[in-house]
Design a protein around this ligand. Structure first.
Ligand code: ITT
Length: 195
């Protein structure tokens, strides 16, 4: 069994990593299972920088390999915001029901509804340079929230090829097309090569 520590305290992300990695023979351990680890300061201005900061924090603290995901939603009508600030947008602990409602209100008369989820996954190992894999998922801001699955912004993120919001998809549907799913395939391919 191969073990992977996920440097994240976001339950939705950790669940998706488990769904994707466990069938591939990995045991997924979340950082909270290592004890009270504290939190890395996400001081980066890019997804890539923040992903490395979070993974390196766990690797430096425990001397073990770790992966971290920094992700977010870029809304073209908002000039790409909230972007790297997606978790902190309107307050870190504000319920997504409220955040999503505010986005829909601000988008009410907006014709340009394109947006994308972005995900950078960093892998760090003691004594080695970090590696980062990124991918995106092009979507539209929906007209109204729909669906109960997923997490965060998913109920208002409409994925045209499947005619569904991210929250209406099954876990397998989302993981097959999501920013996180696609970036994780790149990491897994890299892990399977010789280094
Ligand atoms: P960790 O840093 O502990 O991993 P976090 O939630 O603070 O957790 P980020 O800084 O990477 O993580 O913020 C990512 C935010 O982007 C997340 O909180 C959601 O608001 C949004 N997001 C990213 N991927 C998403 C997805 O698949 N579905 C819905 N929202 C997503």
């Amino acid at each position: 069994m191969k073990q992977i520590v996920i440097a994240s305290s976001n339950a939705g992300k950790i669940r998706e990593f488990r769904e994707m990695l466990e069938p591939r023979g990995y045991t997924v351990i979340s950082q909270n299972e290592l004890g009270d680890v504290g939190e890395a300061d996400e001081t980066g201005t890019t997804f890539r920088e923040n992903a490395v900061i979070k993974a390196a924090y766990i690797t430096n603290k425990f001397g073990i390999p770790a992966i971290a995901d920094d992700s977010g939603l870029e809304i073209d009508a908002f000039g790409g915001k909230p972007g790297v600030y997606s978790a902190r947008f309107l307050g870190h602990d504000t319920p997504y029901e409220y955040k999503n409602r505010i986005i829909l209100e601000r988008m009410e008369n907006e014709e340009v509804r394109t947006c994308r989820y972005v995900c950078a996954i960093a892998y760090t190992e003691p004594g080695k340079d970090p590696v980062v894999f990124e991918d995106t998922c092009e979507c539209l801001i929906a007209r109204e929230p729909k669906g109960e699955n997923g997490f965060g912004y998913d109920p208002i993120i409409y994925y045209e090829p499947l005619h569904k919001t991210m929250a209406e998809m099954t876990k397998d549907e989302k993981n097959a097309i999501s920013h996180r799913g696609k970036a994780l395939v790149k990491l897994e391919n890299w892990l399977n090569e010789d280094h």
